[in-house]
Ligand binder design. Structure first.
Ligand code: HEM
Length: 336
């Protein structure tokens, strides 16, 4: 039987691919003959995925709580995946060097496209957060949460990694003492000692770091610092500043960055805060948060004022951060 021209062409391409690596195409063709057909369930590792929901109690709603956290972590992972490409000029860092035949350079369009993707992930998370706010029975939640102590979403490392990859590290230093670090440039280690989130995990009564925080630092402290060092010159703000002056003025790019700031630092935190209010606030007193913290004072964005891109906002906008109007006045700008 005569082989079609298209097949011969591909065999030649394969021959070239493998011989470049000193590999024999015959062996790989043997492998192809022997390998099974791919199935949906194997490809997405469905069986493994569906074994990962293991509640600590028999309250049915605990499964919702676990799965929604897992869904969120997957969206966080998608966001980090986009950030990694921006940091590495369009490349996937795990790339094995095989030329896939598409452009790998950071231009303004790639920048906008990847930030828009992250914005879409966070918009999806913000909308779906109602699953937490309204989708579980309070009575069940208040019971099964006691079996989860001292674990807290506070310990989500990907959430902090998104912040580290999004902005200059100085913007993550506790805002009340940040000026000191601006005036006397300090090492990443010193800034890390004063990271904003310490305030969210300090015992109200004693001022000591909570167990939740101690465990978190023990597991991820070194990883965070390593990432912060790696991203000093390639976080999203550094990458933005590396564009030409002309590109930096691109209104769609500026708007995408501002949307990201609002999505990550206002809209998601507000929805999250809403869930804390729904479950942990009672008429007379607040139910102690998982880590024994003053979540009422810590969680609202208007108190935290975390801002990734302060230079893109006016001082009035800094002042009004998280006070509601940003959403209607700024977030929808540029969207018809
Ligand atoms: C019923 C739902 C939820 C409630 C009542 C709740 C409550 C809280 C509270 C009280 C804190 C303050 C720290 C502490 O003392 O534990 C916190 C922090 C946090 N939670 Fe949740 N949470 C909920 C769902 C989630 C989900 C689904 C995620 C997704 C990963 C999440 C991620 C976080 C993060 C990242 C922080 C740290 C926030 C910051 O440092 O600004 N939470 N949560």
């Amino acid at each position: 039987m005569e082989l079609k021209k298209e097949i011969i062409e591909r065999v030649n391409q394969l021959e070239e691919k493998y011989s470049l690596m000193g590999q024999s195409i015959e062996s790989y063709l043997d492998g192809l003959l022997l390998s099974n057909y791919l199935t949906y369930w194997d490809y997405i590792q469905l069986d493994t995925l569906l074994t990962l929901q293991n509640p600590k109690t028999d309250f049915p709603d605990e499964k919702i709580f676990i799965m929604y956290h897992q869904i969120t972590e997957l969206y966080f992972k998608l966001s980090l995946h986009e950030m990694e490409q921006l940091a590495n000029n369009g490349k996937n860092i795990q790339s094995n060097g095989h030329d896939l035949g598409w452009k790998e350079s950071l231009d303004v369009n790639l920048f906008i496209s990847r930030i828009t993707r992250i914005n879409r992930y966070f918009e999806s998370l913000t909308k779906s957060f109602e699953i937490m706010v309204d989708g579980m029975e309070k009575e069940q939640f208040l019971r099964y949460r006691m079996a989860l102590l001292p674990a807290s979403g506070f310990q989500s490392a990907q959430y902090r990694k998104i912040e580290i990859c999004a902005t200059d590290f100085i913007n993550l230093v506790d805002k009340d003492i940040r000026d000191r670090f601006v005036k006397n440039p300090s090492s990443l280690e010193e800034m890390f000692e004063n990271i904003y989130w310490n305030k969210g995990a300090t015992e109200l009564a004693t001022g000591k770091k909570t167990l939740t925080l101690n465990q978190f630092e023990k597991k991820y402290g070194v990883e965070f610092l390593t990432l912060a060092k790696e991203y000093q010159d390639k976080n999203m703000w550094a990458k933005y500043k590396s564009l030409s002056e002309h590109d930096q003025k691109n209104p769609n790019l500026i708007n995408a960055l501002k949307e990201l700031d609002v999505n990550v630092n206002i809209n998601w935190p507000l929805m999250h805060y809403k869930s804390a209010v729904r479950y942990l606030q009672q008429n007379t007193e607040d139910i102690a948060a998982t880590g024994g913290t003053n979540w009422q004072k810590y969680l609202p964005p208007r108190f935290q004022k975390r801002i990734f891109y302060p230079e893109l906002w006016t001082s009035q906008e800094h002042e009004d951060w998280g006070k509601g109007w940003v959403e209607t006045n700024v977030f929808r700008l540029g969207k018809s």
